[in-house]
Design a protein around this ligand. Structure first.
Ligand SMILES: [Zn+2]
Length: 297
């Protein structure tokens, strides 16, 4: 998977990304906030966006206490301004693939941090209200001194292939007929990512894949609210049982050859995930080409 395939959800943070070392320097932080800092508003997964760009505005004095450091542009910093207001902003899900790499990196971090702050106001040890420190990247408990960091929950997402090099896709129970995507699930406590792939595929689709033959294809932050998707291709073992949906989370599973996918998606009978998602890239990676926008759901 090339970086350009993930445009809109960049593989690497841009060179302007503010280094970790700055976060722990409160004097630098307050000076930087007073020196022409600009911020983008964020509420949950919604962002202040103007077309295909984030709307960076000068921050106000009251924004300083609810700002999170993102990037440095020359002698100015860029921050995310956490807000509870409810303006009519679009979701990162809608605009993620429109943004350039720099804005996408900022938007993804802003959404991840906004959701974490919103859900972790209280200390998990003693219940006290925690305070925002380290330029917005840590919450500290004034009662017991414990520090709390943004969570990232790993999940696996996998395109399964068989000996005919067909792709196994599933339709979730909550989706309409014709929507198909790769299989996915969270990594459980104490589990390796490889084991999670084998387990999820067996649970959701009834087939057995070779856990030692997985091909890692890249990852994607998915801050809805806190996932990191680890993307794989997997191959069924020779005597794998036939594919069968679990009937609960997954309503239908189906093997697609490239010709079948072209025919069905071209006719609008099958829809695949939009280009913002790593699922789309796992499918295109198998198919061997970027696929038409009209195939997206
Ligand atoms: Zn505490």
């Amino acid at each position: 998977m090339s970086p350009s395939l993930l445009a809109g959800l960049a593989l690497a943070r841009p060179s302007s990304w503010a280094p970790l070392t700055l976060r722990g320097d409160p004097e630098w932080w307050s000076r930087a906030l007073d020196s022409g800092a600009v911020g983008v508003g964020v509420r949950g997964e919604h962002l202040d966006v103007d077309g295909d760009r984030l709307r960076w505005r000068p921050i106000s004095a009251e924004d300083a206490g609810r700002s999170v450091l993102l990037a440095e542009h020359g002698d100015r910093i860029r921050v995310a301004v956490l807000t509870d207001e409810a303006p009519d902003w679009p979701s990162l899900r809608e605009v993620g693939s429109l943004l350039d790499d720099e804005d996408a990196a900022a938007a993804t971090a802003a959404v991840a941090l906004a959701q974490w702050h919103h859900r972790h106001e209280h200390c998990p040890r003693c219940g006290a209200l925690t305070e925002i420190t380290e330029a917005g990247w840590v919450r500290r408990c004034p009662n017991d001194g414990s520090s709390h960091f943004p969570r990232t929950d790993p999940a696996v997402i996998v395109l399964v292939r068989d000996e005919q090099d067909r792709a196994l896709l599933g339709r979730r129970s909550i989706w309409p007929e014709g929507w198909f995507s790769t299989l996915a699930g969270f990594v459980e406590a104490g589990e390796s990512a490889e084991h999670a792939v084998v387990r999820e595929v067996a649970e959701e689709a009834g087939v057995v894949v070779d856990g030692y033959g997985l091909k890692y294809r890249g990852s994607q932050p998915w801050p809805f609210p806190a996932s990191l998707m680890l993307g794989y291709h997997a191959w069924t073992i020779p005597d794998s049982p036939a594919a069968e949906a679990d009937g609960e989370e997954i309503a239908e599973v189906r093997w697609f050859s490239r010709a079948e996918m072209s025919e069905l998606a071209g006719a609008g009978e099958v829809k695949i995930p939009p280009s913002v998602s790593i699922a789309r890239h796992l499918i295109e990676d198998w198919f061997g080409a970027a696929l038409p926008g009209q195939w997206s759901r």
